[in-house]
Design a protein around this ligand. Structure first.
Ligand code: MG
Length: 433
């Protein structure tokens, strides 16, 4: 029996705060996250957004705990650097709780700060993450009771957060998912307003993950909404039952008018590079759209106060596919039409291509580079001449050399030695692609 994931999400500014410093990430079948930013003058928003965007671009090619941990470190470093480079964002930080799908189909649950991941299994809600907060650590060590913690003046004070230092250690637990499991990722705006019983009741009552997410947010606001509130709900489903259900709904739709499309489920048991496609577009292309539509959908629900399910018609899907095709074609013409040379990734290594032909591999590895650079290189950087391509690679090598830590640390970000000069053609390191 294969397992699949289906997710829903919602976020809201709440009733009191002027802006929403929470952010969320839904990369179907790959990665789910909630980040709760902190810092004045919109810095919290910058920190949480930077974190989810770096995770989005850094995790997925290799799906191991080590790769997940590195992606979190990259995200931490990206926030920390911006806090240093941009004075208006000095001192910003964010929490992070994230669930990554591993190559073996297990789930890795990570936490830094006091956002939480819960598991609802067979009717019982359990908290999978431990808060890094002053009061929760005092509760764990027996210095405070749970009741004292709930009203303690220092209850929002964190003991660990992203972006505060140049490195951070995430707590990571591995979970073997079961059919029927429901995971809940949320910011403290949810768990601080709603007791566990209320959360459990909503998760049990509403089967659609988007509806459950929207209802959790709605009730958190009704209970006070004193903070931003953000929720991601992830369901683990039996793939065979899902296929039968989809086939049945398609057959029914074929008899009626406009067919409706259920939110795509993505298989956990993967072969090869990408998630098993069950009618959904590839995760990388699909995710921004899915995330945005989920968030907008949740807001629409709150405004309209209606439980009507969101329906996506085939016309809308077709329209989006045509738009995407035009976008890709325009990008290819604009970026690559007249530039035969290209610097891009070959496996995990930076390489120079002429057209599609690999000309010069280099020992520079993607995970040594700034996350933004990694994104750029995944697309490919078009250049007019080979000399320009070599200069570009030399610049990357200098960049890597300048950010190398002075001492090797077992807990630091990836520390593969930088090449002395990347323009010297060299094969990828042993074990590389
Ligand atoms: Mg919060």
């Amino acid at each position: 029996m294969g397992l699949e994931l289906r997710s829903g999400s919602a976020t809201d500014v709440g009733n009191v705060r002027p802006n929403n410093q929470d952010d969320l990430l839904v990369l179907p079948g790959v990665l789910f996250a909630v980040a709760d930013g902190m810092g004045g003058h919109a810095a919290g928003e910058v920190a949480s957004r930077q974190t989810v965007e770096t995770l989005r671009s850094s995790y997925g090619d290799e799906r191991t705990i080590e790769a997940f941990r590195d992606a979190i470190r990259w995200a931490n470093r990206a926030v920390w650097r911006r806090g240093i480079d941009e004075p208006e964002h000095a001192g910003m930080g964010t929490t992070l709780t994230a669930v990554a799908v591993l190559d073996d189909g297990q789930l890795a649950v990570a936490n830094i700060g006091d956002s939480r991941t819960y598991l609802l299994r067979e009717g019982t809600l359990s908290q999978l993450t431990s808060d890094h907060s002053f009061v929760q650590e005092a509760v764990r060590s027996g210095q405070l009771t749970r009741e004292q913690a709930e009203s303690h003046p220092r209850r929002s004070q964190l003991t660990r957060a992203m972006g505060i230092g140049d490195d951070v250690e995430a707590d990571i637990e591995v979970l073997a998912p079961r059919d029927g499991d429901r995971l809940l990722l949320c910011s403290d705006g949810l768990w601080d307003e709603l007791p566990d019983e209320a959360i459990t009741s909503i998760l049990q009552r509403l089967r659609d993950p988007d509806e459950a997410a929207a209802e959790l947010v709605r009730q958190a606001k009704e209970a006070g909404g004193r903070d931003n509130v953000t929720v991601v709900v992830v369901d683990v489903l039996d793939a065979d039952e899902e296929r039968q259900g989809l086939a049945a709904s398609r057959a029914l739709a074929a008899e009626g008018d406009e067919p409706t499309v259920a939110a795509p489920a993505v298989a956990l048991d993967r072969d090869g590079d990408g998630p098993e496609d069950l009618g959904a577009p590839p995760a990388d292309e699909a995710s921004p759209l899915l995330e945005r539509s989920s968030a907008l959908g949740a807001d629409a629900d709150l405004v309209a106060d209606t439980a009507a399910p969101r329906l996506v018609t085939w016309r809308v899907v077709l329209f989006l596919l045509v738009l995407a095709a035009i976008g890709v074609a325009a990008f290819v013409v604009f970026r690559g039409g007249s530039s035969p040379w290209r610097v891009k990734l070959s496996g995990n290594n930076v390489a120079i291509f002429k057209g599609d032909e690999l000309r010069t591999p280099t020992p520079l590895q993607a995970n040594q580079l700034d996350p933004k650079e990694q994104v750029r290189l995944r697309r490919g950087v078009a250049l007019d001449t080979e000399a320009e391509a070599r200069r570009y690679v030399d610049g990357l090598a200098r960049q890597v050399a300048s950010t190398m830590p002075t001492a090797t640390s077992t807990t630091g970000p990836p520390t593969t030695p930088a090449p002395t000069t990347a323009s010297t053609a060299a094969p990828p390191p042993p074990g590389g692609p």
